[in-house]
Design a protein around this ligand. Structure first.
Ligand code: ADE
Length: 239
């Protein structure tokens, strides 16, 4: 059972996401519990403001520390030990090993940053900062949904076929092999004959070779980190 707390100023953005597809099923079947909390509810000033102008001047607004930290403290009361993650382009880029690490935790708190950033003093109240990649989103909400989706599908029981998790892209640091389903010929493109052969040994070797080639071609950065064995090297030398 994974328990996730989300701090955001746009809790409505999560409504349909939390009810849909895999995540919706995981929540319904009790494999994970997700609760969103509006940071604005923790603001104590007259206008319930959550942002303010930056000291030193400059454009944009900065998320105030008080409501955000009050929200974090409220979560800590009901979910002690929850691992607190801020979604920000300044964080460490998310990858599948990090997703696996997060999925091993029992409680997660995802903090969605907004505006030009959060007050630096909030950082002392966080465990980790995660980025989706080197581009700027208008807020952490979409990033939190990405983290949630990637993490929840690793919770045991959420994905029906556990084997499909072991085989998919990045599981072993390689991209997935090409996949086909019916029909055997689509327009002018046939399914590679070997996949129709019923020879499981050959199919396994073909898939491994295609996965390695695809990784070498599309993601040389991943490929250079692979520990290839003699079989892999032989497969790559074919044709
Ligand atoms: N918030 C804004 N941009 C982001 C990014 N690239 N990753 C995570 N959170 C963000």
């Amino acid at each position: 059972m994974l328990e996730v707390h989300i701090l955001t100023i746009f809790p409505d953005a999560f409504t349909s996401f939390l009810q849909t597809s895999l995540l919706g099923k995981a929540v319904q079947s009790g494999l994970c519990a997700v609760r969103t909390r509006n940071i604005r509810d923790f603001s104590t000033d007259k206008h319930h403001s959550v942002d303010d102008v930056p000291y030193g001047g400059g454009s944009g607004m900065v998320m105030k520390p008080e409501p955000l930290v009050a929200a974090l403290e409220a979560v800590a009361k009901i979910a002690p030990g929850s691992w607190r993650v801020l979604l920000t382009p300044q964080g460490r880029p998310l990858d599948q090993p990090k997703v696996r690490e997060l999925a091993r935790r029992e409680r997660l708190t995802l903090v969605c940053g907004r505006y030009e950033g959060v007050d630096e003093r909030v950082r002392a109240h966080l465990d980790e900062e995660i980025s989706l990649g080197d581009y700027v989103l208008s807020g952490g909400e979409v990033a939190a949904m990405v983290v949630l989706d990637a993490v929840v599908r690793l919770v045991p029981g959420v994905v029906g076929n556990a084997a499909s998790i072991g085989e998919e892209s990045f599981a072993g640091g390689v991209l997935e092999y090409p996949q086909y389903t019916r029909p055997p010929r689509f327009r002018d493109q046939p399914v590679p004959e070997i996949l129709l052969s019923g020879d499981h040994g050959k199919i396994r070797a073909w898939r491994r070779r295609e996965a390695l080639r695809r990784t070498r071609e599309r993601r040389p950065d991943l490929f250079s980190r692979l520990a290839l064995d003699a079989d892999d090297r032989r497969l790559l030398d074919e044709e």
